[in-house]
Design a binder for this molecule. Structure first.
Ligand code: UT7
Length: 323
């Protein structure tokens, strides 16, 4: 018998304001055509003034709880993956705990930038498999619009705000690849590359800073590393690329997503794509895509889903789960 973390509910929240690519043409030397052709992004959502990461996360958490048919009191733990916490501390997770009325259990943040949701899923699986928690809410939530330099055309057109959440629940499996739940995880980081994607603020500067990125370099690492980590996670699960129903990738760039699917030998019909509508929402992009794919009827019980992401650190990884 093997204890697995099985998805019981999923939900998401996007801020009301939609920003089309054309809006940037008024203030920057850029075009809708450049943004679409280089990144696949057509629009993104930006949070309203005063709307914080914990606000978005709490809305997504509420949607996931209602999808699961549970209340906040049914959760043992709550993990938020984010790089855009409302404050330096306390954690966004404890703020969400309060906002959804969860007064028991424990809550903490995970910070692995765009790979944050992958790292948070691995944490949730470990808590559940070790018996420390039976039900864990895992949220990816970001307000990247707060840390963008709106004069830097190389970054500000790429990112957006949003939140997605999963409720994971302990279930007994046979210990085979046919089990439902998280079957394998594969995590990596390499701090030697920290300078190609970072925010130039924090407690050492007294400012919250803005995103700085050497896009071409990050692109190169992404294409090299994402298919490899997905392959490694599948191998750990005793599965191969042919077994995959859905790739749910981090939604940073359509060209990276296509290159990864191609390296995995899988057609784009097997990929859940949201990058065109959400932009890059960092740790929120995978749970947003999972929620979209589940609620439009594509991801169904029993499907094999592979998620993969890379971002600042560099930190990257993959999770294989059977829905
Ligand atoms: O989520 C975390 C992980 N992040 C990523 O995965 C992002 C990875 N990188 C990328 O997605 C791509 O590298 C970008 C979309 C950021 C850029 O695409 P690219 O094909 O790598 O373009 P580039 O950076 O090589 O720039 C090509 C040209 C440059 O001009 P020159 O030097 O060739 O004259 C840029 O200055 O495009 C220029 N450029 C722009 N032009 C119009 C850069 N940004 C813009 C813009 N509009 N917004």
């Amino acid at each position: 018998m093997t204890i697995r973390a099985v998805v019981r509910g999923v939900g998401h929240y996007l801020p009301e304001r939609v920003v089309e690519n054309a809006e940037f043409e008024a203030t920057l030397d850029t075009t809708d055509d450049w943004i679409r052709s280089r990144s696949g992004i057509e629009r993104r959502h930006f949070a309203a003034e005063g709307e914080t990461t914990s606000d978005l996360a709490a809305r997504a958490a509420g949607a996931a709880l209602s999808d699961a048919g549970l209340t906040a009191g049914d959760l043992d733990a709550l993990i938020v993956a984010t790089s855009t916490a409302d404050l330096t501390f306390p954690s966004v997770a404890t703020m969400v705990q309060d906002k959804i009325g969860m007064v028991t259990g424990f809550a903490f943040d995970v910070q692995a930038v765009c790979a944050g949701f992958i790292y948070a899923l691995a944490n949730a699986q470990a808590l559940i498999a070790s018996g420390q928690a039976s039900r864990v809410m895992v949220i990816g939530a970001e307000t990247f619009s707060r840390i963008l330099d709106m004069t830097d055309r190389g970054t500000c057109v790429l990112f957006g705000d949003g939140a997605g959440a999963l409720v994971l629940e302990a279930a007994e499996g046979a210990g085979t690849p046919a089990d439902r739940g998280i079957l394998a995880t594969d995590l990596h980081s390499d701090g030697r590359h920290r300078d190609i994607l970072y925010v130039d603020g924090g407690v050492s500067t007294g400012t919250s800073g803005v995103v700085k990125m050497q896009g071409r370099e990050v692109f190169r690492h992404a294409v090299e590393k994402l298919a490899a980590t997905a392959h490694a996670a599948l191998a750990k699960a005793g599965l191969g690329e042919d077994d995959v129903d859905w790739i749910v990738p981090h939604q940073a760039n359509l060209r990276i997503i296509k290159a990864t699917a191609q390296r995995m030998g899988l057609p784009m019909e097997r990929v859940i794509l949201t990058v065109q509508d959400h932009g890059n929402t960092s740790a929120a992009s995978i749970p947003l895509a999972l929620s979209v794919g589940k609620h439009d009827g594509r991801i169904r019980q029993g499907h094999l889903v592979v998620t993969e992401a890379i971002g600042g650190g560099l930190a990257w990884g993959s999770v294989v789960l059977r829905w």
